[in-house]
Ligand binder design. Structure first.
Ligand code: TPP
Length: 624
């Protein structure tokens, strides 16, 4: 592959030094590079293919890092990474210790604001623009916002707060896709603005003719622009952005480099807050991604398959089946239909399926409203995105004792997306909320039981799981349940060899416990595992665990793929320590320390966090 131009670019200065007619060639090289690289590393391919020309134009017109370029979510910043000196490390993308799949302040001076979660860009951009206004620096701030991110409430809180007189350029990138097809009123509003094109065409035509007259061109254009601004308000309906006091320009084809660059230069000259509406094609230049942008939104690294029968799909399919029998059962997602396994529910029960957009706070309170009105909502949400809705869970759901079930997906460490996406806080933060029941099913059967239980319990319940395939070792080994057929704790140990060490754990990391058990057995040491399924109420769980741990046990290792402070391991170990029957038993908690986990090169995330099978073995044999 010939990357002659791309290889000559190590900073935005190099990009600006290229001739205009070289840019299409560079864009083509970037696309080939991205397709080859991201199909190996995994990552957000389609979103990045769509913004190649847009990103190049932004970097040609503005001067990063003096000007601040802020990408919403940051999942579409790969092109930006390539031209801001990170091409050489690109193949480390999303690996422990490697380049982040999002923007990250510590990674580059060209990433003024980190992201990973959606809809934060405009609030942050306003912060930058306000600071520049105070300091008089004259710098520009550019926020790049997808139409999916635009469905998140924070964008609108920030729009409400925008002032006219800022050097703030808001780029709204409409590709009609969130991860799936973008839906809802905002998508329609953007489309309506787009279809009301007439006066923007007039503006383009005027610019093209007047501004190309030498010397007088620019001044004449500025005059014409101001006059047209006045005329257009009279001649045409104003749009949402203009009603908010922002100058609206567009729509422009964001995959046409020359058109976007042109519009950005005009916006820059305006010296005021501007919204530029661009339309792009998600997956542009790669047929499979253009045809299936949602499948190519985020792809797995080469060789890794996403689990076809993972917990997400098992949960979604079970809910869809159950909804035939339970006519009050509803399912809610915040723009993650496919990721949370709800595609079949959507098809089978369209009237009881709700995709509310990237709006987790709203989703939680909407679920509370449905529940208060007598329905039985299940809100399927990734653990890290649920963080957005903490107050809604407390204030709207739990305090009112409403029967909402949170189906918490991607619970545990995130292997590709990194610190912004680790689902390691939910057990700790939900543990603090009175009356919330917490269940961590360890296989398909207990996942189904958990859903049945939550539906029947009429209480606020959280069911949490990683999206991994059911671990057959867990399904087969853990036959001895505390209360057969019900949720509780399950225990596995060899009857002939009463274990000296018992590992108490829950969730996906039971797999690491099983590896540790095997290793200990190889070394001639006896070990058992208690897999906790019904985590909270903690008192019940502690009783269960106590009844399963054999007499004469010498050590208990609590293993948690979640934070130590306030986590289940800490709470349960504290409760067991207080019981007489465990006096003299050594207890160790292996959980994630008080730090953001990025991972280290050459180590698995479990190893980086000190919660791997090796760490369990060391704790069991007393090797610190
Ligand atoms: C709070 C939050 N919820 C959900 C997500 C998952 N997510 C990542 S990108 C995305 C869609 C973004 O769509 P858009 O902004 O239009 O960008 P595109 O990929 O279409 O370019 C979603 C839902 C997230 N990152 N943050």
């Amino acid at each position: 592959m010939n990357n002659k131009l791309l290889e000559s670019i190590n900073s935005p200065d190099d990009l600006r030094a290229l001739r205009e007619d070289e840019i299409p060639e560079l864009a083509a090289e970037i696309r080939s590079f991205l397709i080859a690289a991201v199909t190996r590393t995994g990552g957000h391919l389609a979103s990045n293919l769509g913004v190649v020309e847009l990103t190049l134009a932004i970097h040609r017109v503005f001067d990063s890092p003096r000007d601040h370029i802020i990408f919403d979510v940051g999942h579409q910043a790969y092109v930006h990474k390539l031209i801001t000196g990170r091409r050489g490390e690109f193949m480390t993308l999303r690996s422990p210790g490697g380049l982040s799949g999002f923007t990250k302040r510590s990674e580059s001076e060209h990433d003024p604001f980190g992201a990973g979660h959606s809809s934060t860009s405009l609030s942050a951009a306003l912060g930058f623009a306000s600071a520049d206004l105070i300091s008089g620096s004259g710098a520009y701030t550019i926020a790049v916002i997808g139409d999916g991110a635009y469905t998140g409430g924070m964008i609108h809180e920030a729009l409400n707060n925008c002032r006219k007189n800022m050097r703030l350029i808001i780029i709204l990138n409409e590709n009609e896709m969130s991860i799936s097809k973008n839906i809802g009123g905002f998508a329609k509003q953007i489309a309506r603005v787009r279809s009301n094109k007439s006066y923007y065409r007039v503006k383009d035509a005027t610019r093209n003719t007047i501004s190309h007259i030498p010397l007088v061109g620019k001044a004449a254009f500025a005059f014409a622009r101001d006059t047209k601004q006045a005329i257009k308000n009279i001649m045409y309906d104003s749009n949402y952005f203009e009603e908010l006091g922002l100058y609206y320009m567009g729509p422009v084809n964001g995959n046409d480099f020359f058109a976007v660059e042109d519009m950005l230069r005009v916006a820059k000259d305006l010296d005021r807050s501007v919204v530029i509406h661009v339309t792009t094609r998600k997956g542009k230049g790669y047929r499979p991604a253009e045809q299936n942008p949602d499948s190519f939104h985020s792809i797995q690294p080469a060789g890794a398959e996403s689990p076809a029968h993972g917990f997400s799909n098992m949960a979604g399919e079970y809910l869809a089946d159950k909804a035939y029998r339970c006519r009050d059962l509803c399912a809610i997602t915040a723009a993650m239909t496919r990721g949370t396994g709800l595609s079949s529910f959507k098809t089978k029960h369209p009237s009881r399926f709700f995709d509310v957009g990237i709006a987790e706070e709203h989703a939680a309170t909407f679920a509370a409203g449905l529940a208060a009105a007598g329905m039985r909502p299940f809100f399927a949400v990734y653990s890290s995105f649920l963080q957005r809705a903490y107050d809604n869970v407390i204030h709207d759901i739990a305090l009112q004792k409403l029967p909402v079930t949170l189906m918490i997906d991607r619970a545990g460490l995130s292997f590709g997306d990194g610190p912004t996406h680790h689902g390691i806080y939910d057990v700790a933060f939900l543990s603090q909320i009175p009356g919330v029941q917490l269940i961590a099913p360890s296989n398909k059967a207990s996942l189904h039981r958990a859903v049945d239980y939550a539906y029947a319990a009429k209480r606020t319940t959280a069911i949490r799981y990683a999206n991994c395939e059911e671990d057959q070792r867990i399904a087969l080994n853990f036959t001895r349940e505390a209360r057969p057929g019900r949720l509780g704790s399950r225990c596995d140990y060899n009857e002939d060899q009463i274990p000296e060490t018992v590992i108490v754990t829950y969730g996906r990391i039971v797999g690491e416990a099983i590896k540790a058990e095997e290793e200990l057995r190889r070394r001639g040491l006896s070990c058992g595992i208690v897999a906790v399924e019904f985590i909270k109420p903690y008192a019940l769980s502690a009783n269960d665990i106590a009844s399963l741990i054999p007499k004469n046990c010498k050590k208990i290792v609590f293993l948690e793929e979640g934070v130590r402070n306030g986590g289940a391991a800490m709470i349960l170990s504290g409760m067991l320590r207080d019981r007489k029957e465990f006096a003299g038993v050594e207890m160790t908690v292996l959980a994630i320390d008080d730090t953001f986990v990025s991972g280290e090169k050459g180590k698995t995330l479990f190893e980086s966090c000190g919660i791997s099978s090796g760490d369990v073995v060391r704790a069991a044999i007393g090797d610190k």
